[in-house]
Design a protein around this ligand. Structure first.
Ligand SMILES: Cc1cc2nc3c(=O)[nH]c(=O)nc-3n(C[C@H](O)[C@H](O)[C@H](O)COP(=O)(O)OP(=O)(O)OC[C@H]3O[C@@H](n4cnc5c(N)ncnc54)[C@H](O)[C@@H]3O)c2cc1C
Length: 424
């Protein structure tokens, strides 16, 4: 059907949520000539992808990386402008004052000797890592997301990895990614993440993780943003705001949890995985200097991973260092006790002393707990009911790639119903 400027410029197309998914949905709508309005409950774009400046330090809301091999990120982001900082593939593992390095020697030569000498995992485990890498490079994303699902733990055991390798490396490494410490997350996610790590690098923009949604926002020229605006309800042809204002709509994309917004979905509440992220300033030298993640692999530590943050705001001369610490295990500690506990573990396991607590982010809804993980969905599948389309990572899997994919597909689904025919 022919589109006129009048119909495509119609402002009665709404998106709920200015996270990465909502922003990509807006991008696709703009690409097709529409001018959507985004209602965002918060004061800025980003959703779960935010960075604060605190005492001059740049603090991401939770340690988070992007994998530059994500196909959707390659499509929607300009990597050069993000000034991406690469992390070395692998990790430094800390356990009661001892430290070992494990990495991919085929990618980072400096990791070859420590990896081979590391007492974590047998020689056969290390060969299996290389074999798995090779296998997953050849396996398509489609094949990964249609494979039989089992837990990651089962997958690793079935692949023949030793208990030492699983507990010493895979558990701490994937706990930090899945935000659960039993490796119960689907093997599809394991294969997806492993493949993405194998084909590219884990990266963080130099200006902090929020640079990603900010770049998506910057490139939107026809989208209208309404911040500090919480949506209360979405129906077939209205969006009702918390203050009671009603907007007549031609179509709405819900790029967040839809359970509370659409009446017949109220029973479908998602469960979420959470994380505590603490930042410390430290004096003196870091205990390691390479851009690589640090993992704690002693049993029962609260600390899962540490990361020495280097980025724009922290690079000023004379500044103390900045350390990010993630706690995934559930705990009932008060903030004061948690800080003490974490500082003790830093000292005991990694010999990190002289830390001053800066800030804590408790992110209750960090990653959706999902079964039947998917890589993508057809635009038509995003339609919940007439006029309402669903986006957000929870439609597919908990990742930036999925958030972008779901946003794209929901926008295409909406456009398709407005215009008829198949839109690519
Ligand atoms: C600590 C942490 C670590 C992570 N690590 C990684 C990682 O390493 N790699 C990776 O790929 N992914 C990671 N993720 C996941 C990734 O951040 C998410 O998949 C992605 O940001 C989800 O984007 P979204 O737009 O779907 O949802 P959100 O970012 O949650 O956006 C939803 C938006 O909707 C708004 N909203 C909600 N309700 C309403 C309402 N009623 N009215 C108006 N607005 C509303 C919210 O304020 C929010 O801005 C991590 C996430 C966290 C929190």
């Amino acid at each position: 059907m022919a589109r006129t400027m009048e119909s495509t410029n119609d402002k009665r197309i709404f998106i709920v949520g200015a996270g990465v998914s909502g922003l990509v949905a807006a991008r696709v709508l703009e690409n097709h000539g529409y001018s959507p309005t985004i209602f965002e409950a918060g004061d800025r774009v980003g959703g779960r992808v935010k960075t604060d400046i605190v005492e001059g330090y740049q603090l991401d809301h939770g340690f988070q990386v992007m994998l530059d091999a994500y196909p959707m990120a390659q499509e929607y982001l300009n990597y050069d402008k993000l000034d991406l900082q690469k992390l070395i593939p692998g990790a430094i593992l800390f356990n009661n004052g001892k430290r070992r390095a494990l990495g991919d020697p085929t990618r980072e030569l400096s990791m070859a000797v420590p990896t081979m000498l590391s007492s974590i995992g047998s020689f056969s485990d290390k060969l299996k890592v290389l074999k798995l890498n090779f296998k997953l490079r050849k396996k398509s994303l489609d094949a990964i997301f249609t494979s039989e699902e089992k837990t990651t733990l089962q997958y690793l055991q079935d692949y023949g990895f030793s208990q030492g390798m699983i507990n010493g490396f895979f558990k701490p490494f994937f706990t930090g990614i899945y935000l659960e410490d039993q490796l119960q997350t689907s093997s599809r996610m394991f294969e997806f993440v492993f493949k993405m790590f194998g084909e590219g690098s884990a990266v963080i923009p130099r200006a902090g993780i929020e640079a990603i949604p900010l770049q998506l926002q910057e490139r939107l020229t026809q989208t209208n943003f309404s911040f500090n605006t919480r949506v209360k309800q979405v129906t077939q042809n209205t969006v009702i705001l918390e203050d009671g204002t009603e907007h007549h709509s031609l179509g709405t994309i819900i790029a967040t949890e839809a359970g509370d917004l659409v009446s017949n979905l109220s029973q479908q509440q998602l469960s979420w995985k959470s994380v505590d992220n603490l930042y410390f300033e430290f004096k003196g030298s870091a205990v390691y200097h390479k851009p690589i993640i640090g993992l704690f692999n002693a049993e029962n530590t609260l600390v899962n991973n540490i990361h020495y943050v280097t980025n724009i705001a922290n690079e000023y001369e004379g500044r103390n260092g900045l350390l990010s610490v993630s706690v995934v295990k559930e705990h009932q500690l008060s903030e004061e006790d948690l800080i003490k506990h974490v500082q003790n573990e830093l000292k005991q396991h990694a010999k990190i002393t002289n830390t001053r607590f800066l800030k804590r982010y408790t992110i209750k809804k960090a990653l959706p707990n999902l079964d039947n993980l998917r890589y993508e969905m057809a635009p038509t599948e995003t339609q919940l009911t007439t006029g309402i389309f669903l986006a957000g990572d929870q439609q597919l899997n908990g990742s930036l790639n999925a958030a972008m994919m779901a946003g794209e597909r929901a926008a295409l689904g909406l456009i398709q119903t407005l215009e008829g025919g198949v839109i690519s």
